[in-house]
Design a protein around this ligand. Structure first.
Ligand code: C2E
Ligand code: CA
Ligand code: CA
Length: 411
C-alpha cells in the first residue's frame, strides 16, 4: 500500500508548514483550528482561518507548486495527514483524461485563488459565499474530506480490533439439523454502534485493507469452527462435522499470494480443510480468470471447498461452473424472499436447484424469512437453508451456545 494516513497533533503557535516549502502532504483538521498567513513587507499577514473539518495543503500534492502560505496552529490542533504518495498512487491509477482535467482545473483555480489573495491582502472585501449544490466544488470537497476521514477511521478500527465476526447458522432442510455457519463481519464502531459490512467493505476493498482484514477473518472463522466442532463432538460422536463458510472479496483473490495466505490461515487451527468453504462471487472470476483458476485450483487441492455466492445476480455464466472447482451454489436471497409472490423468482429457484442437483453440487438457499419459504425451498430439493426465519447472525458466544443446546446436530 502507498504511504498511509496518519494523525498528528500541533500545539498553539506551532507551524505546520511554511510558504515556499515543497508540499509533501495535505491535512484535514480533526480538532482545533489554524491560520493561513503570508509574509508581506517582512511581516506576516493573516489571510484566513480554518477549523474542524477543513482541508488544506491539497494543491501542492497534485501539481508541483510550492506551499502558497504558512499555516500555524491557533490552539491545540489534531490533523489527519494525507501523504503525497497516497494521492499520487490514486492519480496514477486514474483515467488520463481525468488527470489532464484535474491539472487544467487546478491551474485555473490557482490563478483565481492568487487574484483573490491579492485582493484580500490589499484590504478589499471579497465575498466568497455562493449557493452550494451537491456538485459544487464545496460539496465535492466535503465528500472527499468525509471519505478520507472514514478511511482513517477504518484503518484505526483494524489496528484497534474493532471488527467482530458474527455467525449465521446454516440448516440442513430435510431434517432441520444444524449443518454449519456463515461468518459475517461487523464493525463495532465506538460511537456509531454496530456497522454492517455494506457500509464499509467497498472502502476496505478500495484501500486494500480487505487483504489483511480478510486474513484475520479467515483465521478467526477457522478458530471459531474448531471451538464449535469441539463442542458438537462433546455431545455426539459423528463422522459428519459442522462446516464454516467465509466470504472472500475479489480483491483478496487477485493478490498473487492469495492461495498461500488461505492455506496459512487454516494450518494455524485444528480444523479439516474440507469443512471450510470459501464464498466467492462471480465478479471475482471475471478480472483475471487465469489467475483465479490457478489460485482456486490450489485452494481446492489443499482440501478446501468453494461456494459461489449470490448466484443468479451477476453474469451467471454456466461455463464458470465447469471451469472452476465450485461445489456449492448459494441462491441469492432476492429470489428466495420473493419466490412466493413472483412466479419468475420461483422458476429461477427451481431451475437453480435442478442445476445444482444434476451437477452433484450442494445448494444453500439464502434469505429464508418465513416458514412458507422454508417449506417451498425444501420441496424444490435445496439441501441447505439460511435466513432470518432460521436464525439471525449470532455472536461467537451465542453460536457456541446454540451448538451446545440445539436439538439436532449432524449425525
Ligand atoms: P452475503 O454474503 O450475501 O451475506 C448474506 C447477507 O444476508 C448478510 O448480510 C446476512 O446478514 C443477510 N441475511 C441473512 N439472512 C437474511 C434474510 O433472511 N433476509 C435478508 N434480507 N437478509 C439476510 P450482511 O452480514 O450485512 O453482509 C452483507 C454482505 O457483505 C455479504 O453478503 C457479503 O457479500 C459481505 N460480507 C459480509 N461479511 C464479509 C466478510 O467477512 N468478508 C467479505 N469479503 N465480505 C463479507
Ligand atoms: Ca456470503
Ligand atoms: Ca449471498
Amino acid at each position: 500500500m502507498p504511504g498511509s494516513i496518519t494523525r498528528e497533533t500541533y500545539f498553539p503557535g506551532a507551524q505546520i508548514f511554511r510558504e515556499g516549502e515543497p508540499g509533501t502532504c495535505a491535512y484535514i483538521i480533526e480538532k482545533g483550528g489554524v491560520s493561513l498567513s503570508l509574509i508581506r513587507g517582512g511581516k506576516p499577514v493573516v489571510i484566513g482561518t480554518l477549523g474542524e473539518g477543513d482541508l488544506f495543503g491539497e494543491m501542492a500534492l497534485i501539481d508541483d507548486h510550492l506551499r502558497s502560505a504558512t499555516v500555524t496552529a491557533n490552539e491545540e490542533t489534531e490533523l489527519i495527514r494525507v501523504p503525497r504518495d497516497y494521492v499520487k498512487d490514486k492519480l496514477d491509477h486514474s483515467d488520463q483524461l481525468m488527470q489532464l482535467f484535474l491539472k487544467v482545473v487546478l491551474e485555473r483555480f490557482r490563478t483565481t485563488h492568487d487574484n483573490l489573495l491579492r485582493l484580500k491582502t490589499g484590504g478589499t472585501y471579497v465575498d466568497a459565499d455562493e449557493a452550494v449544490d451537491e456538485n459544487s466544488p464545496e460539496a465535492v470537497r466535503q465528500a472527499v474530506i468525509d471519505k478520507l476521514r472514514f478511511e482513517h477511521e477504518l484503518q484505526e478500527a483494524f489496528e484497534q480490533d474493532q471488527f467482530e465476526l458474527y455467525f449465521q447458522p446454516i440448516v440442513e432442510l430435510n431434517d432441520d439439523t444444524l449443518a454449519g455457519f456463515e461468518a459475517l463481519i461487523r464493525w463495532n464502531h465506538p460511537t456509531r454502534g454496530l456497522v454492517s459490512p455494506g457500509q464499509f467493505l467497498g472502502l476496505a476493498e478500495e484501500t486494500g485493507l480487505i487483504v489483511p482484514l480478510g486474513r484475520t477473518i479467515l483465521a478467526n472463522a477457522c478458530d471459531a469452527l474448531a471451538a464449535f466442532q469441539e463442542c458438537a463432538e462433546a455431545r455426539i460422536s459423528s463422522s459428519r462435522r459442522l462446516f464454516m463458510t467465509a466470504n472472500v472479496s475479489p480483491v483478496q483473490i487477485a493478490e498473487p499470494d492469495f492461495a498461500d495466505t488461505v492455506c496459512q490461515a487454516i494450518s494455524g487451527c485444528n480444523v479439516a480443510p474440507e469443512n471450510i468453504r470459501l464464498e466467492i462471487t462471480e465478479n471475482a472470476l471475471l478480472g483475471d480468470p487465469r489467475h483465479a483458476e490457478m489460485a482456486l485450483g490450489e485452494i481446492t487441492r489443499a482440501g478446501l471447498r468453494l461456494a459461489i455466492d449470490d448466484f443468479g445476480t451477476g453474469f451467471s455464466s454456466l461455463s464458470y461452473l465447469r471451469r472452476f472447482p465450485i461445489d456449492t451454489l448459494k441462491i441469492d436471497h432476492s429470489f428466495v424472499t420473493t419466490m412466493l409472490d413472483s412466479p419468475r423468482s420461483m422458476e429461477i429457484v427451481r431451475a437453480l436447484a435442478g442445476l445444482a442437483t444434476s451437477l452433484g453440487m450442494d445448494i444453500i438457499a439464502e434469505g429464508i424469512e418465513t416458514e412458507a419459504q422454508r417449506g417451498e425451498i425444501r420441496g424444490l430439493g435445496c439441501g441447505y437453508g439460511q435466513g432470518f426465519f432460521l436464525s439471525h447472525p449470532l455472536r461467537r458466544s451465542e453460536a457456541l451456545e446454540l451448538v451446545r443446546t440445539v436439538e439436532a446436530l449432524p449425525a
